[in-house]
Structures are given as C-alpha cells and as structure tokens.
Design a protein around this ligand. Structure first.
Ligand SMILES: C[S@@+](CC[C@H](N)C(=O)[O-])C[C@H]1O[C@@H](n2cnc3c(N)ncnc32)[C@H](O)[C@@H]1O
Length: 301
C-alpha cells in the first residue's frame, strides 16, 4: 500500500440507497465491499437491530473496508448495526446466508480503484508492474501465467470473447511472439503494436479487460450470485446490481428478465439507471455504470 489511502467513489450511490429502501432493522448483503462506500451508506441507514453482511475476495480491500466500517461503528456507538464481513467470493453466499433472510442484496461488479490505481496489483496498462490482475491474491492463475502458458488459439478466443476485441487473433499472435511477457507495460506495448490506435480508448483496453475477466472468473461469479440470490431474499426484498460493461450487464439483464418471466422477480428498473452529468464529471468511472433493480415477488406476513 502507498502511504495515501486509496479512494473509491461509490457509483450511483443515492440511487442505490433509495432503491434498496433500507429498513433500520433489516439484514442486507453488500457482495462487493471494495473500499466500503456503499456498505457505509447501508450501515448508516441501519439501526441497532439491523445487520450488514459484506463480501470481498480481495484481502486488501476487505482490510480497508473493515477499517472504514469499524470507524463508522465507533461513531454510531450503541446505535450501530451488527456487521459481519466475509473474505470469500460472493458465489459462496448461499453457504453463509440462510434462505429467505435478506431484506436486500447489492453487488457493484468488477474491479475497484484499488486495483487500477495501485500499480503493483498489475491491472493497469497506465503503469508498469508485474502482470497479476488477481482480485484474490491467494489463488492463481495470474495474468502472467495466462499470457505465457495458454496456446495462441485459446488466447485469441479469450480476448475475443471477454474483450470483444475484433483483432483478437492478431493480438494473440503478437503476444505469443513477444513471450515471455512479464509486465503490464510490456503487454500494453505488444498489444499497441498489433492494433491500430484509436481516438477513444488505449489499444490495450480490451485485451486487459479480457484477461482480468478470465483471471477472476468474473462472469461465472456473477451468474452464480444471480442464481443464488432469489432463494436468499425475503418476499418483496430487493436486489440491486451495478455493472460496468456489456458482458456483465447482459448477464444481469437476462437473468432478471428470465426470473421475471418465471414469477421470481418484479423488475423495478425497466431501463438501467445511469449516472447523471454531474456524477460523470466528478467521477468519470461512473460513465459506464448501469444499475438494475428487481424485487422478489410475494408479500410478507
Ligand atoms: C467496484 S468494487 C466495489 C466498490 C464498492 N461498492 C465501494 O463503494 O467502494 C468491486 C469489489 O468487489 C470485489 N469483487 C469482485 N468480484 C468479486 C467476487 N466474485 N467475490 C467477492 N468480491 C468480489 C472486488 O475485489 C472489488 O473490491
């Protein structure tokens, strides 16, 4: 960690809090604590009978979120809700939460500023560091292993599927020729030499996204969470999910639509909620955020 505490501005914060309709005595799960921005918002809306359950599979994020939430608990004293934090992937949620006990569930998918801004985590092509990209640094493989060990065809498919990179074959060929590839800077240069420059994005953006999604099994994780969620929520409890790219959003959209068709969900956001101009100005990362909310069907006794 650098001396400076990393900052992550929570996206669509007010909208998320409003849609979750937090009841002071309710039980809420924040599946992606990150630096704890949304979790702090939930905690501050809960009373002493409420409970917040938080997940993050990144031990560093969990440590920072724990410190932040402890400060809030201290400030709230006897009025603070119970907080339980779990350092595991959110796909394991059904093993930690009893069926039908949640009043709300939030997931703000993807990587956080901690990942992009801390060069040594190896997520960013803006800085040079060992190619890592693992959120959970306790288990592999790293992006370095993937780019050096995967065969060219498989690598091209991965870059196409998870990066939506049309020139995936050219990129994969350049990577294989450039092996061993050990740093983010080296990979960014190899990709930049293989794809034409764009006015809008760095040429390595799509390849880095693809590797990150693959290394962290991000799409499988989202599917598993969305499959588990309906069983964990009480009737009329809400699910709020924030996605940052079309692959994530498609999974959320399809899952909620299928659930609505089979009577599990009532969709609350017919269209995804996006950030307003002011939020995008303050926090450019919010530009691609999409919030979808659904309510579990049924009524409470
Ligand atoms: C976009 S950030 C969340 C930011 C947070 N809402 C805030 O206000 O600071 C996503 C976080 O979720 C974590 N994460 C991503 N996928 C995960 C998964 N499958 N299981 C557990 N944590 C995950 C990442 O490590 C990261 O810290």
């Amino acid at each position: 960690m650098t001396g400076r505490e990393p900052r992550h501005v929570p996206v669509l914060f007010e909208e998320t809090m409003d849609f979750l309709r937090i009841r002071p005595d309710g039980v809420y799960a924040d599946c992606t604590l990150g630096l704890g921005g949304h979790a702090e918002g939930i905690l501050r809306r809960l009373g002493p009978k409420g409970k917040l359950i938080g997940f993050d599979r990144d031990p560093e994020a969990l440590e920072l979120a724990t410190a932040r939430l402890n400060r809030v608990k201290e400030e709230l004293g006897g009025q603070a809700a119970e907080v339980r934090l779990i350092d595991e992937a959110f796909s394991t949620i059904a093993g930690h939460v009893e069926p039908g006990t949640l009043d709300g569930l939030l997931a703000d998918f993807g990587a956080s500023s901690l990942h992009f801004d801390e060069a040594r985590r190896g997520f960013s092509f803006m800085a040079d560091a060992r190619l890592d990209m693992r959120m959970d640094t306790r288990s592999g493989p790293t992006a370095e292993q993937v780019v050096n060990e995967m065969d060219e065809r498989e690598l091209a498919n991965l870059i196409y599927e998870y990066g939506e990179e049309r020139r995936s074959r050219t990129v994969a060929r350049a990577i294989v020729r450039g092996r061993p590839v050990t740093t983010t800077g080296q990979l960014a240069r190899i990709v930049a030499s293989a794809v034409p420059p764009s006015k809008y994005i760095h040429p390595a953006t799509r390849t880095f996204q693809a590797l990150r999604i693959y290394v962290n099994r991000e799409l499988e994780e989202i599917k598993a969470l969305l499959e588990a969620a309906p069983r964990l929520l009480k009737p009329s409890a809400r699910l709020a999910v924030i996605s940052f790219h079309s692959l994530e959003d498609r999974i959320a959209k399809d899952s909620l639509r299928d659930g609505a068709r089979s009577g599990i969900w009532k969709i609350i956001t017919k269209k995804p909620v996006t950030a307003g101009e002011e939020e995008v100005r303050i926090n450019p990362r919010s530009r691609s955020a999409k919030l979808r909310v659904a309510e579990k069907t049924g009524t409470r006794d």
